[in-house]
Design a protein around this ligand. Structure first.
Ligand code: MG
Ligand code: ZN
Length: 378
C-alpha cells in the first residue's frame, strides 16, 4: 500500500516541480501503481512428465493399518499428504471385481464384472497406458501375479472375459509397451494356438528374460520379464523383493524416454490374503507393496517431475482390526467375508498435480485425472 500513498503525494506536489522532473514523477507513479499490483494467486495446473500408478489389489484402510502395525507403526505411505477416496462399484454390481475396477481406473468407464478394457457392450476402450504410448511416452506394467491377470491386463488388453489369458497375452503384442515384469509365462509360451509369443517378442526387439537377477541388470531397450509360469509365489514363499526390484528396473528403463512415462505397479496378493482371511498374508504383502511405494517415492523426489498415485481396486475380506501391538508388530484381524466388499478405498498422491486427487470421487475419475495431469486431451 505504501507506494500508493507515495504516488498520490508525488502527484499532489507536481505544481512545485520543474517540467522534466514532473514527467519523471508521473512515470514513476504509473510504474508504482500499476507495476506493483498485489500478486494474484493463480493456481496453475501442474503437469508431471511421468506418472507411477501403484495398485494394492484388495487393499482397504484396514489392510494398510494392519501392515503399518506389523511394521511397528510406520509405512512409506505416510509421506503422502494428498489423500482421497474412490467409489469402486462396477456397472452391474455394487461389489466390483478386479477386471471391472481395473478397467474403470485404466480407461475411465464403469464396466461389468469380468470384462477387461471394454465397456458393458464389449466395445474396446483406450487405456491411459495406450494413450500415453500414442503421445510418445514410454509405458510399463509390473505385477506380483501373472502379468495377464485382471489388474495389469486391464491396462493393455481388450477382452470380454478376464479368464481369456492367451488372448490377453497376445494383446501385449498389439501395443508398444516398453517394459512388463510379472508371472504368466505359460500364457505366452504354452498356448493352444501353438504360437510362442516370447519368440515374437524377441523378433520385435524385446529382451525376454525369466529370472529377476538378469531382469534387474537391464537398463534400456524393451523388456519382457516373465518371472513365473503362472503367478509369482507369495512374498514369504520365494518371491522375496521381486516387486521393489522390478519397480526400480522398470523406472530406470522407462526414464530413458525424454517425453516421460506411464508405469502401473500392482501388489496383487494383498487381495489373496483377504480372500484367505489371513492377516499374516495380508501384512507381508502390504509391507512388500510399501517397499515398492518407497522406491517410487525415492525416484519421484529425485526427479521432481513425477506424480505417484497409490490406490486399491476394491477392499477384500471386510477386514477389521480387533487388536494389535506396535511394539510386537502383532495384528488381530477380523473378517466379514471371503470375497470383496463395496467400501470406498483410499487414494494417495505425491508430486506435481497431487492435490487433484483429494476428495471423494468415482474410480473412473482417476483416468480423467491422469489425462489432465499429463495435459492430454483424450
Ligand atoms: Mg490383481
Ligand atoms: Zn479378489
Amino acid at each position: 500500500m505504501i507506494h500508493y500513498y507515495f504516488a498520490i503525494f508525488a502527484i499532489k506536489k507536481l505544481h512545485v516541480m520543474n517540467n522534466k522532473f514532473k514527467y519523471l514523477v508521473i512515470f514513476l507513479s504509473v510504474v508504482l501503481v500499476f507495476g506493483c499490483q498485489p500478486e494474484k494467486k493463480e493456481t496453475k495446473p501442474e503437469h508431471p512428465k511421468n506418472i507411477i500408478f501403484l495398485i494394492g489389489d484388495g487393499m482397504g484402510v484396514s489392510h494398510i493399518y494392519a501392515g503399518m502395525t506389523a511394521n511397528h507403526g510406520h509405512l512409506a505411505l505416510e509421506q503422502f499428504k494428498h489423500i482421497g477416496f474412490i467409489k469402486t462399484y462396477s456397472s452391474d454390481n455394487y461389489i466390483t471385481d478386479s477386471a471391472a475396477s481395473g478397467t474403470a481406473m485404466s480407461s475411465g468407464k464403469k464396466t461389468k464384472n469380468g470384462i477387461l478394457g471394454m465397456d458393458p457392450d464389449t466395445i474396446a476402450l483406450r487405456s491411459v497406458l495406450e494413450i500415453a504410448e500414442e503421445h510418445g511416452l514410454a509405458s510399463g506394467l509390473v505385477s506380483t501375479s501373472a502379468i495377464t491377470h485382471a489388474t495389469p491386463a486391464s491396462f493393455i488388453a481388450h477382452q470380454p472375459n478376464r479368464n481369456m489369458y492367451e488372448e490377453i497375452a497376445a494383446d501385449f503384442l498389439k501395443t508398444e509397451i516398453d517394459v512388463f515384469i510379472g508371472g504368466g509365462r505359460d500364457h505366452f509360451m504354452k498356448r493352444e494356438d501353438g504360437r510362442d509369443l516370447t519368440k515374437e517378442l524377441e523378433e520385435r526387439g524385446y529382451n525376454v528374460l525369466f529370472d529377476m537377477d538378469k531382469i534387474s541388470g537391464i537398463t534400456e531397450g524393451k523388456l519382457a520379464g516373465l518371472t513365473a509360469d503362472g503367478h509369482n509365489p507369495r512374498y514369504s514363499e520365494g518371491r522375496g523383493d521381486m516387486l521393489p526390484d522390478a519397480t526400480v528396473t522398470a523406472m530406470k528403463i522407462l526414464n530413458n524416454n525424454k517425453k516421460g512415462f506411464f508405469l502401473m505397479i500392482e501388489g496383487s496378493q494383498i487381495d489373496w490374503g483377504g480372500h484367505a482371511n489371513s492377516t499374516e498374508y495380508i501384512v507381508e504383502e502390504v509391507i512388500d507393496f510399501d517397499h515398492a511405494i518407497a522406491k517410487a517415492l525415492e525416484f519421484a523426489k529425485t526427479d521432481g517431475n513425477t506424480l505417484v498415485v497409490v490406490t486399491a481396486d476394491h477392499e477384500c475380506g471386510g477386514l477389521g482390526i480387533n487388536g494389535g501391538s506396535f511394539e510386537d508388530g502383532t495384528v488381530e484381524g477380523g473378517y466379514t467375508t471371503k470375497g470383496h466388499t463395496g467400501v470406498m478405498v483410499p487414494v494417495f498422491a505425491y508430486g506435481p498435480g497431487a492435490k487433484e486427487f483429494m476428495g471423494i470421487y468415482e474410480n473412473t475419475a482417476l483416468f480423467d485425472k491422469f489425462l489432465q495431469a499429463y495435459d492430454f486431451s483424450k
